[in-house]
Design a protein around this ligand. Structure first.
Ligand SMILES: *[C@@H]1O[C@H](CO)[C@@H](O)[C@H](O)[C@H]1NC(C)=O
Ligand SMILES: *[C@@H]1O[C@H](CO)[C@@H](O)[C@H](O)[C@H]1NC(C)=O
Ligand SMILES: *[C@@H]1O[C@H](CO)[C@@H](O)[C@H](O)[C@H]1NC(C)=O
Ligand SMILES: *[C@@H]1O[C@H](CO)[C@@H](O)[C@H](O)[C@H]1NC(C)=O
Ligand SMILES: *[C@@H]1O[C@H](CO)[C@@H](O)[C@H](O)[C@H]1NC(C)=O
Ligand SMILES: *[C@@H]1O[C@H](CO)[C@@H](O)[C@H](O)[C@H]1NC(C)=O
Length: 337
């Protein structure tokens, strides 16, 4: 009965067939674990946990495949010792759906390949917020100028903003412009804002918001004019008030000030000469009047020593009586400058 023998042989043959791979697998290296793709602004990095062996340095190889081809390509991450691979490469288009795989290798011993999830840079990358470089403020708007996180045509931007004191949030429309206006704001008010970018493709890939920045709107013309008026009025009031205080002070301490700041009066020589001039009827009259004990009542000399012009004003006052002599002669009142 050759049949059962043949069947047994076949059976043994079948059993023995997987033997060589099974034997090899027992010497296999453990596969890399915890493969993670980090992608920020289209900078793509694959990382994995190192494969631990007692001695020797493990080498890793990374490959990628696209949906278009059932084949694996190298990406300059072959026989590397680092446990990361920068697969940012112009050959790998951002809209491609790719899969990566990694294998460990120590001498002749290799691990199995481990594959990542599918990765589409446009969808999976994290688009960082744009960087605001300038804020122009007008009375009713703020204009934010910013630089895009990456040079991609597919990017759009949005600003979230709120009045600092209220926290009621508003959002602009998505736009491709790198200058966004926040309109219909209140003047002289502090507004806070955050900006974000997105990759606008089939499924929007919206990036995180930037840190909060705050800026104040400008004053409008009317308010500015109001400020000018207020400042002017305040200045005027201050000046007038100081003048009044000065005046009252001088009034009150008139005698003291005079005593402290004014040297004893000495008639300027030219005036003395003028008065002594015999041709002048003034002195005569004066003398006459004195002799007659006419009502020369007071001699008041006021000298303003504070003024820079050294103004000297001598006034001879007379009590103007209603008698005819006083009125007939206007010379009774003399003013010398
Ligand atoms: C992989 O990640 C898990 C969880 O983060 C951790 O517990 C584990 O130790 C990691 N494995 C290796 C080989 O680092
Ligand atoms: C480990 O190291 C020893 C001595 O350094 C060497 O003889 C041995 O071949 C190494 N084993 C492997 C797997 O590399
Ligand atoms: C590959 O990597 C090596 C070393 O890291 C570098 O010198 C070389 O320029 C890279 N080649 C490409 C095509 O990126
Ligand atoms: C990587 O290493 C293997 C053996 O460890 C070798 O056969 C292969 O040629 C190496 N590849 C490159 C690109 O260096
Ligand atoms: C990754 O590679 C790209 C292109 O070669 C390079 O611009 C970038 O700086 C690299 N990133 C890191 C983290 O090495
Ligand atoms: C990329 O994003 C898709 C959809 O969000 C997700 O299913 C996939 O796991 C991501 N790929 C990686 C490598 O994280």
């Amino acid at each position: 009965m050759p049949r059962p023998g043949a069947a047994l042989l076949l059976c043994l043959l079948l059993l023995s067939l997987p033997e060589p791979p099974a034997a090899e697998s027992s010497f296999q290296l453990p596969a890399p674990q915890n493969m993670t793709i980090y992608s920020y602004n289209y900078q793509n990095l694959l990382r994995w946990a190192p494969v631990k062996v007692d001695n020797g340095s493990v080498l890793y190889t990374v490959q990628y495949s696209t949906m278009a081809c059932d084949c694996w390509e190298e990406i300059n991450c072959t026989n590397i010792t680092k446990t990361e691979c920068n697969f940012t490469h112009p050959n790998i288009k951002s809209f491609w759906t790719i899969t990566l795989r990694v294998r460990a290798e120590l001498g002749q011993v290799k691990s199995v390949w481990v594959e990542t999830n599918t990765f589409v840079a446009d969808q999976n990358t994290t688009i960082g917020p744009p960087v605001i470089v300038n804020v122009d403020s007008t009375p009713d708007s703020l204009f934010l100028s910013f630089v895009p996180p990456v040079k991609e045509d597919t990017l759009q931007y949005l600003v979230r903003y709120w009045e600092k004191s209220t926290n009621k949030q508003h959002e602009t429309e998505w736009t491709k412009n790198t200058r966004i206006g926040l309109l219909n704001l209140k003047q002289l008010t502090e507004y806070c804002f955050q900006i974000r970018a997105k990759v606008h493709i089939l499924h929007d890939n919206i990036g995180p918001l930037s840190k909060t920045d705050c800026h104040r709107t400008a004053a409008n013309d009317a308010t500015r004019a109001g400020f000018v008026v207020i400042i002017f009025v305040a200045a005027t009031v201050t000046v007038v008030f100081s003048a009044i205080v000065c005046f009252l002070f001088i009034q009150k301490f008139h005698q003291v000030i005079k005593y402290w700041f004014q040297p004893p009066f000495k008639m300027p020589p030219h005036i003395e000469e003028y008065l002594k001039d015999p041709g002048m009827p003034v002195l005569e009259e004066l003398q006459n009047n004195c002799a007659e004990e006419d009502p020369w009542d007071s001699l008041s000399v006021v000298s303003n020593a504070e003024g820079s012009q050294a103004l000297v004003k001598d006034t001879l006052n007379t009590h103007v009586h209603s008698d005819s002599r006083s009125t007939e002669s206007g010379k009774n009142f003399i003013t010398l400058r």
